[in-house]
Design a protein around this ligand. Structure first.
Ligand code: ACO
Length: 321
């Protein structure tokens, strides 16, 4: 039997942290107190104009490759989860392949599932590896959400940040992914979307992120609780056997409500939203890499990753490190 396990993690955040007071100084009608009380966010990182998702992905990937002890040409599958691709096409994954100097013809494609994108990407990569068709995948979440924010809309622009996280997932004799579940319900698309498109050389419609915050909040708490229970049930284990929970980092109140619903102490929840803001598809691999590098997640530990995002999409995976 072929399984898939994480062999290395990496991440990258652009520039210096931007504080809530820095946003106020830039003219946004908000306050440090409001943002911290409603979201838990204190800082986020914003990429310079010339930096794209594939640039962030490149550094995160190099760190993951180094941690896994593999060369770029050892990778035969590249999946990038992003909603802020460098361009309409080619895919960010193809550009990442080129920037990493991978010249072995490795398959490369993007996954678009917004904040659930990394969970989707990892689950897809696992199925490729378990089928025997591929041996070693690079799975990346990379975003420059600052590009799709309406900086005059204080209800959304304070929430997001830019960054990238990556893992090397490789064939193994013992399971690294014990269970996974992916879901979507497109009927909820109006509560979180970037509705615009491109036609005849022009942006048609609204090019910025729009959100009904309270509706998203309710949906996210329900979905994150349900899907975590689903993967535990699939694996036939209880939450007590799980060492860490790594939810998508949207808002500290969503994380707290999810932990309460699952009966998990906040000490077991990896939290980065205070420092990174919401980095969409990058938030889970960023949090994972942080916790691996600071020694909290250790070999043998079990953890759940879970995401929810525009679409709506949601999903989770139970992993053994
Ligand atoms: N600073 C100061 N005041 C603000 C700000 C701001 N940045 N943004 C909104 N306000 C004001 C509003 O104008 C409103 O003022 P009013 O009462 O005078 O009209 C007041 O604050 C309350 O606004 P609400 O939108 O009702 O605030 P709410 O308590 O719902 O908090 C928030 C808003 C933080 C967005 C919350 O709904 C939330 O966290 N929702 C989840 C959304 C989320 O996490 N989205 C991420 C993307 S989805 C995902 O990743 C799953």
């Amino acid at each position: 039997m072929i399984y898939a396990r994480i062999a290395g993690t990496g991440s990258f955040l652009p520039g210096e942290p931007v504080t809530n007071d820095d946003l106020v100084a830039r003219g946004i009608d908000t306050s440090d107190q409001w943002i911290i009380e409603r979201t838990g966010i204190r800082t986020r990182h914003l990429a310079a104009a010339e930096m794209s998702s594939s640039d962030l992905a490149k550094t995160a990937s190099e760190r993951a490759l180094e941690a896994a002890g593999v060369r770029p040409d050892d990778i035969d599958l590249i999946i990038v989860a992003t909603s802020t691709p460098d361009c309409i096409f080619p895919s960010t994954a193809a550009l990442l392949q080129w920037k990493l100097g991978i010249r072995n013809g490795a398959a490369a494609f993007d996954v678009q599932a917004v904040c659930s994108g990394f969970v989707y990407g990892l689950t897809i990569a696992e199925k490729f590896i378990r089928s025997g068709s591929h041996k070693r995948a690079l799975v990346v979440g990379a975003e420059v959400f600052s590009r799709i924010l309406d900086w005059s809309d204080r209800g959304t622009c304070v929430l997001f940040g830019d960054g990238a996280g990556a893992v090397v997932l490789e064939a193994a004799e013992a399971p690294g992914i014990l269970a996974s579940a992916l879901h979507a319900d497109g009927s909820h698309h109006p509560i979180l979307c970037v509705p615009g498109g491109v036609a005849a050389g022009q942006v048609v419609g609204d090019p910025f992120l729009r959100m009904d915050g309270q509706a998203v909040f309710k949906f996210a708490v329900r979905a994150l609780g349900d899907v975590a229970l689903e993967v535990l049930d699939q694996a036939g284990v209880t939450v007590d056997s799980v060492d860490w929970l790594i939810p998508h980092q949207a808002n500290i109140r969503i994380l707290q409500a999810t932990a309460r619903r699952l009966g998990v102490s906040m000490d077991k929840v990896i939290t980065t939203v205070d420092r990174h803001g919401n980095t969409s598809a990058a938030s889970i691999p960023l949090a994972l890499d942080l916790a691996v590098r600071d020694g909290r997640i250790r070999p043998g530990h079990r953890f759940i990753i879970e995401g929810v995002g525009g679409g709506f999409t949601w999903g989770a995976a139970l992993l053994q490190f």
